[in-house]
Write a protein that binds this ligand. Structure first.
Ligand SMILES: Cc1cc2nc3c(=O)[nH]c(=O)nc-3n(C[C@H](O)[C@H](O)[C@H](O)COP(=O)(O)O)c2cc1C
Length: 192
C-alpha cells in the first residue's frame, strides 16, 4: 500500500511491522477517528519508563485551530508537508522525577520509547507517522503554554493516512522513499 518493501531487506528475521513502518511526508489531509487518536495515546501509556514515571507529555491537536498552532511551531521545511496532517503533536518530557524532584537522566530515553510505541500503533492502525526535530522549542513552550522550567520539548510528530506523493513539492517528492539502514554489525560490540 505504502511502498515497495524490496529495499528494506532485514539481516535477520524480524516482525514485518519494523520494516513496514517508515516516515513518509505524503500525509493525506483526511481526518482520523477519535478512537484512533485514543489508541495511539493508549500505546504511549504502556511504554516502559525509569521508576515507571512516564515522563512524557504529549500536546496534540486535531482541530483546525489547534493544528494551526502546532504547525506554526514547525520549521518551514516541515510545515510544507506536515501542516495538513490530521493529527499533530509536540512531545515533551518532564526533566525531573516527580517522586523526588531529582534530575531524571532517562526522560528523553523514556519519551523516545513512548514515541516508538505510538509509531508502531499508528502502523497497526493503517496510519503513518513522522517525527520531526525541525521545530522551534521556544515557540512550542509559549504557544502551547507548557512550563519550560519543568518540561523539555523533544520532537514534533505528524500522523495521518498515507497521501499522494505526487502532491509533494520537489525535492521532497524525490526523497519520498523508505530509508535504508547501516549494517547491523556496525552498531554492535560483542563483549566476550
Ligand atoms: C527525532 C527525529 C527527528 C526527525 N526530524 C525530522 C525532520 O525535522 N524533518 C523530516 O522530514 N524528518 C525528520 N525525521 C525523520 C527521519 O529522517 C527518518 O525517521 C529517518 O530518515 C529514518 O527513516 P524512516 O523513519 O522512514 O525509517 C526525524 C526523525 C526522528 C526520529
Amino acid at each position: 500500500m505504502i511502498m515497495s518493501e524490496s529495499n528494506r531487506i532485514p539481516d535477520a528475521p524480524v516482525d514485518p511491522m519494523f520494516l513496514e513502518r517508515w516516515s513518509p511526508r505524503a500525509i493525506a489531509p483526511r481526518a482520523i477517528t477519535d478512537q484512533m487518536v485514543r489508541s495511539l495515546f493508549e500505546a504511549v501509556r504502556w511504554a516502559p519508563s525509569c521508576f515507571n514515571e512516564q515522563p512524557w507529555f504529549f500536546a496534540y491537536a486535531v482541530s483546525e485551530s489547534g493544528r494551526a498552532k502546532i504547525a506554526d511551531v514547525l520549521v518551514p521545511q516541515n510545515q510544507v508537508w506536515a501542516a495538513k496532517a490530521p493529527l499533530l503533536m509536540i512531545i515533551f518530557a518532564r526533566k525531573n522525577f516527580a517522586h523526588n524532584d531529582n534530575a531524571n537522566a532517562w526522560h528523553a530515553f523514556d519519551a523516545g520509547a513512548a514515541w516508538m510505541s505510538l509509531a508502531l500503533q499508528a502502523h497497526r492502525l493503517g496510519l503513518v507517522s513522522h517525527a520531526m526535530g525541525g521545530f522551534d522549542p521556544e515557540k512550542a513552550y509559549s504557544a502551547l503554554g507548557v512550563d519550560k522550567e519543568k518540561y523539555v520539548a523533544l520532537a514534533a510528530v505528524a500522523v495521518g493516512y498515507y497521501g499522494d506523493p505526487a502532491a509533494l513539492p520537489e525535492p521532497l517528492r524525490q526523497r519520498e522513499a523508505p530509508a535504508h539502514r547501516v549494517a547491523m554489525a556496525e552498531k554492535l560490540l560483542v563483549i566476550q
